[in-house]
Each structure stands twice: as structure tokens, then as C-alpha cells.
Design a protein around this ligand. Structure first.
Ligand code: ZN
Length: 318
């Protein structure tokens, strides 16, 4: 059972939800929008708990009422692939059955932005005239993928992300055996998404790719052979882009507090100072282009070989 007490940070979202509840603005549809790994599931679960409670105060449930202690009818739709019209039809069929335990039934559709058009239209019909006891929560990465007629019937809430400090604290509490460097690297790269950070902390491929990417910007690119990379080349290129992005940010602001890779801000600063913004932008674009080539099935050695040459021409690393 998740409550809002278990969810770190997220003041803007919590304030917004509190206001909705205080004003009695309960809707039948909610869309929780936020990046992957940012805790949308936890938030939807916590909100469901609130809706089940008869005596909720702000974001707290009473934990004693019939709603809190009795049987909760929660229907969670989550699929590996896109959500089909059949998935929605099963959900809609369930909404036609009266609730028995609680006086509310809650439907959570995860990754609702993967609903096919047909599925969205089937869902819309139920949302237009929902049974009084049915409440729907959609979690999405991008609410623009949801048709306007659904969006206009829902309250859209941005879940936001956590601060780097909150991610760090979470990782430290939950990974007592991990070393500080890995914790810091995962927290830096997760961009405020605790779920993403939790996945990265034990991901050897990520750790290796990041080490290689840092070597790559500090040593001659000429020596780099993609065959030596112990990890996913696309992850390597994504990390490389984050390093160049950080150098550009540092150059523009002279401030290292907004960097993704704060744990290696000394390397970022040093490399940024030796290169023009123009060169760094070219380097960033070259890394991006290399990853697009690989996604388009160009061989990795050609894509990385081209990148090596472009960066050698552009960057001063010594
Ligand atoms: Zn209660």
C-alpha cells in the first residue's frame, strides 16, 4: 500500500492534488504525465488509496474507515506492447459490474499513450458517461498522444521529477552495498527519475559505458575502437551527448550546478575551457548523428569511426 508519505519530494504535484481535494474537485478521469521511471505508478497507487478513503484529509488517508480497510476494487491495465481495443473492451466490461466492497472502482491504465486509436475511441465512450462509481487514471509519458476528446475530460497532472539530492538519498538508502561513485553516476544520469536511477545503479553496461565515455573525451579519440566498448553503443553515445551538453551549459553559464554529470565537473570545466562553443556544439551533433546512423542500421564501426575523425578535427583535449 503506497501513500503520498512514501513519495519523496514532488511538492508542486502534491500541492496541486491537495488543492483539488480541498476544493472537492473530483473528476472521473486523471492523466498523470511524466518521464519514464519517474514514479507515475507509485503516484497513481497513492492517489487511488486516497479515492478509496471516506475521510481523507489533504493527501492522507484515515487508515481506519471501511474504504481504507475493506476490499478495494482496483483494475490495473498494463501490457508489454501497445494497448489494444480488446484490452480496453475487457476493462469497459468490468466497469459495467457494480462494485461490492467499496463504493468506488478504480481503473489504472499504465502507458496509456500506447493505446491504439481504436482503443482510445473505445475508452472515450466510457469516459463520456462513466458509471458514478468508476474512476480512471492514465499514466503517460506524453499526453499529446492521447486524443483531445479524452484529454478534455481528464484532469492532467504533471508528476515532475525528483531533485538530484532526493535521488541520491534514495539510492544510498536502498543500495547499502553500492560504492559512492556508482551511486553518484546513476543519480547524475537519471535526470531526477528514481526508477531510472534504481535500474542504472546495478547496470554494469551503463557503468562501463560511462567510464569509457569519460576516457573518450579526455584521451585521443584516435585510439578508440568500438570493439573495446563493454556495453551498449547507444548508451555510450547518449552519455557522450550528456558530456558535451554539460560543457555547452558550463560555457554559457559558468556555473556547474546545472550539469548532469556533476561528479566529474572538473573534467567538464577543463574540456569546456579548451574548446569553443562552436566546436562543442559540432561534437554534440556528431555524437547525436552517430547514434541516428546506428539506429538506421549503419555499421557501428563506420558510425564510430566517422565520429572519431570528426571529434579529432574539432576538439582540443590536451
Ligand atoms: Zn479511510
Amino acid at each position: 500500500m503506497t501513500g503520498f508519505d512514501d513519495i519523496k519530494g514532488r511538492k508542486p504535484l502534491k500541492n496541486q492534488l491537495k488543492k483539488l481535494i480541498d476544493k472537492g474537485r473530483i473528476s472521473h478521469g486523471y492523466i498523470f504525465e511524466g518521464p519514464k521511471g519517474s514514479g507515475k505508478k507509485l503516484i497513481a497507487d497513492a492517489f487511488a488509496e486516497l479515492l478509496f478513503c471516506y475521510n481523507q484529509k489533504g493527501l492522507e488517508t484515515c487508515k481506519t474507515c471501511k474504504g481504507c480497510t475493506g476490499y478495494k476494487e482496483k483494475y490495473v491495465l498494463e501490457t508489454e506492447k501497445s494497448i489494444s481495443v480488446d484490452d480496453i473492451r475487457s476493462l469497459v466490461a468490468d466497469t459495467e459490474l457494480m462494485p461490492f466492497g467499496n463504493n468506488r472502482k478504480i481503473y489504472i491504465i499504465h502507458d496509456a499513450d500506447t493505446m491504439t486509436d481504436q482503443a482510445q475511441n473505445a475508452f472515450l465512450k466510457t469516459l463520456e458517461e462513466p458509471p458514478p462509481y468508476a474512476f480512471f487514471m492514465l499514466t503517460v509519458t506524453n499526453s499529446e498522444q492521447i486524443i483531445d476528446t479524452i484529454r478534455s475530460r481528464c484532469i492532467i497532472l504533471y508528476t515532475g521529477v525528483n531533485t538530484k539530492q532526493e535521488v541520491l538519498e534514495y539510492l544510498e538508502q536502498n543500495n547499502p552495498d553500492a560504492d559512492t561513485k556508482s551511486i553518484y553516476a546513476a543519480a547524475c544520469f537519471a535526470e531526477g527519475c528514481i526508477g531510472r536511477a534504481a535500474g542504472l545503479i546495478n547496470d554494469q553496461s551503463f557503468i562501463q559505458c560511462r567510464k569509457t565515455a569519460v576516457d573518450y573525451i579526455t584521451k585521443s579519440q584516435q585510439d578508440f575502437d568500438i570493439k573495446d566498448l563493454k556495453g551498449d553503443v547507444l548508451v555510450f553515445l547518449e552519455i557522450l551527448q550528456s558530456l558535451f551538453r554539460d560543457m555547452l551549459v558550463y560555457k554559457a553559464t559558468n556555473d556547474s550546478s546545472n550539469l548532469i554529470n556533476t561528479d566529474i565537473s572538473d573534467i567538464i570545466k577543463r574540456t569546456a575551457e579548451r574548446n569553443s562553443s562552436k566546436s562543442l556544439l559540432i561534437a554534440f551533433n556528431s555524437a547525436m548523428k552517430a547514434s541516428e546512423y546506428i539506429k538506421d542500421n549503419v555499421s557501428q564501426s563506420i558510425a564510430i569511426g566517422t565520429l572519431n575523425i570528426e571529434l579529432m578535427e574539432e576538439l582540443n583535449i590536451w
